[in-house]
Ligand binder design. Structure first.
Ligand code: ACO
Length: 461
């Protein structure tokens, strides 16, 4: 507990209070001259400890204002470590570079969910459990067929994931170990099936059922691209690239979509609904939607000759360089570095694509430009992932969907951690109220419209 140290204003020339312990922060409120000693734990103070800072006894007390949570830790987590300045990403302490080189997406999912690498029998059991849950209820097919032919696959994935909660109503027993395990397995197993079905719906092609002889990434490619052949045999280089992309996107600590999963999950809703909230957040163009936006941007730039004028427009704030910049990484995104090294293998196995050359030159020119380097704007994971998907002939609408397949492992690991956390409470931020107070209701016939307080909505004229 924090304590109020002194209630009198310090005398002139007084140096002020001296912190009694090393692990405290002394705050002096210059409005009152009172000082407070706040405990520091893990380089952090508790925002609630600020509440005791008041001018008048009846005041609500001080709050921290942090609209985008740029400097607020919302939880303790042992899943993913990021050092944005140094460009480090680790899952359960293991560097992402090692995981991409030696592991598989399903093994990384196990690591995220259980906290350690599996033994061989544990891995076999895990892969088996995921594999036998890849099928979805036939009614999900009917549900998907209700969408318009051109529905965005991310919208279909969002809706069908939310719908899963109606197929598994017992998933709302969120502390039951069996239900927790089943939801974990089902979400990881069914996400590629829902994703591929959404794609086939867009293409007007029959849905392809999972093939349990194939590995997780191979099965996804089969459900996407299998046509009349009896057995789909994916190019191992492409299956490996997809698996690496899955690993790279598996988790990224408290980003927008994970915070959405935790925020919605904090109400004790079932994990399918919480993960659907994560998918919704990921859909936005500033988050998972960025890789699709990168492709749209490259198509608009059209040729290498147009790069300088495009970069000028970015500097004038008329354009945004999609796939550049990151809230956390103020250095090269380590995932972008790994993707870049796998991109060449994919381009070898696929047809020449002029967008690859355009992207490489765009990156080079941006990194030579002080506007970007002075703001620490480097390529993020989305800059290259979109080009690889393009080379794999995956349409832009599916890029974020593939991101969602992978991030499901992280979302469910974070949901499991949150629901087990003794500090967990329902998420409920505070606000600084800026609106009117104690206004009177004016009868409809007496309103002139002149005294209106303008609200955020504008009615198109
Ligand atoms: N293009 C041009 N300028 C940019 C870009 C960009 N992509 N990103 C940031 N800036 C500029 C800002 O205008 C700002 O300039 P200023 O200081 O002169 O005003 C400065 O760089 C700092 O940027 P912020 O917006 O404060 O950075 P923030 O951390 O809030 O935003 C974000 C991070 C949203 C990722 C941003 O960099 C962006 O919009 N990037 C493009 C979208 C993108 O690629 N998103 C994918 C992120 S990775 C992921 O979700 C997997």
């Amino acid at each position: 507990m924090s304590t109020e140290q002194q209630s009198e204003a310090p005398a002139e020339g007084d140096e002020g209070p001296v912190a009694s312990g090393n692990d405290t922060l002394t705050v002096t409120d210059n409005r009152t001259g009172r000082s407070y000693e706040l405990p520091i734990e893990d380089d952090t103070i508790k925002a609630l400890d600020l509440r005791q800072i008041k001018v008048h006894e009846e005041d609500f007390g001080m709050m921290a204002f942090d609209p985008a949570f740029t400097n607020t830790a919302s939880c303790r987590s042992a899943i993913t470590y990021i050092d944005g300045e140094a460009g480090i990403l680790e899952h359960r302490g293991i560097p992402i570079e090692q995981l991409c080189e030696h592991s598989t997406f399903l093994e990384v999912s196990y690591l995220l969910v259980f906290g350690e690498l599996p033994t061989r029998p544990q891995l076999e059991a895990w892969v088996h459990d995921v594999t036998i849950h890849t099928f979805v209820h036939e009614d999900i097919k009917k549900f998907l067929s209700g969408f318009r032919y051109d529905a965005h696959p991310m919208g279909m994935l969002l809706a069908s994931t939310g719908a899963l909660s109606t197929f598994y109503p017992d998933a709302n027993k969120i502390l039951d170990p069996i239900e927790r395990y089943l939801a974990t397995i089902r979400l990881i197993a069914k996400m590629p099936t829902l994703a591929a079905f959404s794609y086939r719906h867009n293409m007007g092609q029959p849905y392809v059922y999972p093939d349990n002889d194939l590995s997780y990434p191979e099965n996804f490619l089969s459900m996407m691209f299998k046509m009349t052949e009896t057995k789909y045999e994916p190019d191992p280089r492409l299956a490996k690239a997809i698996d690496v992309l899955f690993i790279l996107h598996a988790d990224h600590e408290q980003n927008c979509s994970t915070s959405a999963v935790r925020g919605v999950g904090s109400s004790d809703v079932d994990p399918y609904s919480a993960v659907a909230a994560g998918i919704a957040a990921l859909y936005g163009r500033l988050h998972g939607g960025a890789n699709e936006a990168v492709l749209q941007m490259l198509r608009r730039i059209e040729s290498v000759d147009n790069i300088p004028s495009f970069l000028d427009a970015v500097k004038k704030r008329e354009e945004k360089l999609m796939g550049f910049g990151h809230r956390v990484y103020k250095n090269y995104d380590p995932r972008a570095r790994i993707i870049k090294s796998h991109a060449d293998e994919v381009f070898e196995a696929t047809e020449y694509n002029p967008l690859v050359e355009l992207a490489t030159e765009l990156e080079k020119q941006a990194l030579d430009d002080d506007f970007f380097t002075s703001r620490k704007l480097y390529p993020n994971v989305d800059f290259y992932s979109g080009i690889i998907y393009e080379a794999l002939k995956i349409p832009p609408g599916m890029f974020t969907v593939i991101f969602a397949i992978a991030r499901t492992a992280g979302w469910i690991a974070q949901w499991l951690e949150m629901t087990d956390d003794p500090d967990k409470k329902i998420s409920r931020p505070r606000q600084i109220y800026t609106g009117a107070r104690e206004a009177n209701y004016i009868p409809l016939g007496e309103r002139t419209g002149e005294d209106r307080i303008s609200g955020p909505a504008t009615r198109p004229s």
